[in-house]
Unconditional design. Structure first.
Length: 394
């Protein structure tokens, strides 16, 4: 059984798309007879504090569904103080650097990027040790940071990030990109770099769609995921106009905007937005069976970004209300997965909601079945993995 190492900043029991995405990759590689080890920090995300089972420990090695998980020390934080955040990033960076330098590692290593600094450290050490480096890029940094206005163009930190970015692209043996835009961007920096499209398809193993439609209830929209800057869920809640519509918005998740969202909801006269907090993934999927539409927003159009929620919820049969622009918008439109509103155009979004509010529950059932069947055929992780293995990626 061939060994492979995956280096990631997130892994379950941490919540969120990033942790789920890496776990999915690890499990699928295990299915394909790879002996998989994941190297990650002690569990702390998204609250920025160590989970009880990891407190007081410097490192932990454990088994999760036949995957060996090695967790290294980190000083966790989600503080808005930039100095504290830097200390947090550097803490795991140092743990990772010394581990990779002095510990034996397999010949093949998948490195998740971003975070940019962690992928740089991984690629630096692994390239010195002549490993095959499979760089898995889910978002483009520092480009995304500029678009989100968390980094100033031509600043020292921006120039340093550009150096890190170019280094990891150059030194990687090959690159997996979650979007065609990512691959185009990499090739604009390192022409001719060997790149492969790797969509974040889920692997729900659902053979038929189980619907629990409740005809007497309003149209139920839901957002499930990180409540952070990039998603802009707080602004979405502020600017949605649900007055007089037979529509509710349900929120699941945690993150930086949680307290603002809770305060906004508590001030509502008409309770059209409901916050459920963080829910386990399996429990979430069970609760969502009576819901109607998955909302997938982005604060701004981020080049290269394709939210994995598009594939996640389409594969569960949910129509998508997409509000993020870019390649994700094209995927929703070309695959007839639901509705698209131009990013940051709340007038267009509210107009769409008026149309959606008139749709009967029976029509949603038909739409859900169509999307479910389409997703089974076109968003197939098994076929994607077989093709990548055949191409010699892993």
């Amino acid at each position: 059984m061939e060994e492979i190492l995956i280096i990631s900043n997130y892994y379950p029991p941490e919540k969120g798309a990033a942790a789920n995405r890496i776990e999915q990759l690890a499990l699928k590689l295990h299915e394909k007879n790879y002996q998989v080890t994941v190297l990650c920090p002690l569990g702390n995300y998204p609250k920025g504090e160590l989970f009880p089972e990891y407190k007081g420990k410097f490192s932990v090695t454990e088994k999760r569904d036949n995957i060996t998980v090695k967790r290294l020390w980190i000083y966790p934080s989600v503080s808005k103080n930039i100095a504290v955040r830097i200390v947090s990033v550097l803490s795991f960076s140092l743990s990772l650097f010394f581990f990779l330098l002095f510990k034996k590692t397999p010949k093949k290593v998948v490195v998740q990027s971003p975070p940019l600094l962690l992928s740089f450290i991984s690629v630096l050490v692994l390239s010195l040790k002549k490993k095959k480096i499979i760089l898995n890029i889910s978002d483009l940094w520092p480009l995304a940071a500029l678009e989100l206005k968390v980094l100033k163009e031509h600043s020292l930190s921006h120039k340093f990030s550009l150096f890190l970015e170019r280094f990891i692209y150059k030194k990687a043996s090959l690159i997996l990109g979650q979007s065609n835009e990512i691959i185009a961007h990499v090739n604009s920096i390192i022409p001719g770099k060997k790149c492969y499209l790797y969509r974040n398809f889920p692997d729900h193993k659902i053979e038929f769609l189980e619907l629990k439609t409740k005809i007497d209830q309003p149209v139920k929209l839901f957002y499930a995921g990180l409540l952070g800057i990039a998603q802009g869920v707080f602004e979405l809640c502020q600017k949605l106009d649900l007055n007089g519509l037979n529509v509710e918005l349900h929120l699941f998740g945690d993150g930086a905007e949680k307290s603002q969202i809770e305060a906004l909801i508590s001030s509502q006269k008409e309770k059209k937005i409901v916050f459920h907090g963080m829910v386990d993934r399996k429990e979430l999927h069970s609760q969502l069976q009576s819901f109607d539409i998955a909302v997938v927003p982005l604060k701004t159009r981020i080049y290269g970004s394709v939210p994995s929620k598009i594939f996640e919820y389409a594969s569960l049969g949910f129509p998508i209300l997409y509000f993020g622009g870019g390649e994700g918008e094209t995927i929703v439109e070309e695959n007839h997965l639901g509705w698209v509103a131009s990013v940051e155009n709340f007038s267009e979004l509210n107009q769409l909601l008026k149309t959606i509010s008139t749709i009967k529950k029976e029509e949603f059932d038909v739409l859900k079945n169509q999307i479910f069947l389409h997703s089974q055929e076109h968003f197939d992780l098994e076929n994607q993995m077989k093709n990548l293995i055949k191409e010699g990626v892993f």
